[in-house]
Design a protein around this ligand. Structure first.
Ligand SMILES: Nc1ncnc2c1ncn2[C@@H]1O[C@H](COP(=O)(O)OP(=O)(O)OP(=O)(O)O)[C@@H](O)[C@H]1O
Ligand SMILES: [Mg+2]
Length: 279
């Protein structure tokens, strides 16, 4: 479990706190989406889960983050990175090699994985992420979506329990974005990996994530199942969250009809609701 307790963080030199008294529990095996407007603290929270804050990025840090019972402030980043793999918002900055297999090898060697296990882990990671065919390619010849997958594969090879991704589809077209989310779903379902993903594409997120945390001005202001969170459209819009149209649709219907209409979390549900009401 990821247990974030009263976490407050201010970057060195900043005038305001980037996180303010954040408390959030993320159970094992969860698929959690984090949304919120620019500057809300999503990246800061994502970096705090794996201990990059406070180990690599300095500032005033109050409260605690525990991952599987390990306090991130008291444990070395090398130990934490066996538990948590983080894909940064700027994924390019994370790539260290020029050939795909070297990128995956790099992490495995750093972790001191025995030689005879390396090949098996390499095959597993490439296969699981669906890029076995790219193994010998140079990274400079890959598309944005393929690079994103290489970084995810390099983390999957290390078999962390938790994968944190900060806007993994930021630079991707709709079809590559879906591919990344399908991949995350299979890692979550088949291997029980806990997935925490910061994402602006809320429709996509609502389709794949099970839980949502909404951030605003350094706080987590909503946390619940996708359906629970989308139940309060007016509140979300007031914070500046662009809600899925399907949920807007069901909320408008509720208003118009003067009775509760179930929240439509996707287009199929909206169509179903419309059918039921029109008869
Ligand atoms: N390295 C830094 N030094 C100082 N302040 C920072 C730093 N990084 C972020 N901040 C500030 O901390 C706050 C939270 O930023 P953060 O990057 O976590 O937001 P975000 O929700 O990820 O935004 P975006 O949607 O733009 O990625 C913002 O006010 C930002 O200006
Ligand atoms: Mg960010």
């Amino acid at each position: 479990m990821i247990d974030i307790r009263s976490l407050t963080f201010r970057y060195d030199g900043a005038e305001e706190d980037a996180l303010r008294d954040v408390t959030l529990e993320i159970p094992d095996g969860a698929f959690l989406g984090i949304i919120g407007p620019a500057g809300a603290g999503k990246t800061t929270l994502a970096l705090s889960v794996g201990g990059i804050i406070p180990h690599e990025i300095r500032g005033d840090f109050y409260g605690a983050v525990k991952v599987d019972g390990l306090d991130t402030a008291d444990n070395k980043l090398t130990d934490l990175s066996r538990l948590v793999g983080t894909v940064f918002q700027d994924v390019e900055s994370q790539i260290v090699s020029s050939v795909v297999e070297d990128e995956i090898l790099y992490g495995l060697e750093n972790f001191g994985i025995p030689r005879d296990e390396i090949e098996e882990r390499m095959d597993f990671a490439l296969g699981q992420v669906g890029i076995a065919g790219l193994r010998h390619r140079t990274i400079s010849s890959l598309s944005g979506g393929q690079r994103q997958k290489v970084v995810i594969a390099s983390l999957v090879a290390l078999r962390p329990k938790i994968l944190v991704l900060d806007e993994p589809t930021g630079e991707l077209d709709p079809s590559s974005s879906r591919q990344i989310f399908s991949l995350l779903r299979s890692l979550n379902r088949e291997y029980g990996m806990t997935v925490v993903v910061v994402e602006q594409k809320i429709m996509l997120l609502c389709e794949f994530a099970e839980r949502l945390a909404v951030m605003s001005e350094g706080r987590v202001v909503r946390d619940g199942t996708v359906r629970e969170v989308l139940g309060d459209i007016a509140g979300l819009e007031a914070i500046g969250v662009n809600c899925p149209r399907s949920a807007l649709f069901s909320s408008l219907l509720s208003e118009k009809l003067g009775r509760e209409v179930p929240v439509a979390v996707n287009a199929d549900e909206a169509v179903e609701t419309a059918r039921r009401i029109i008869g």
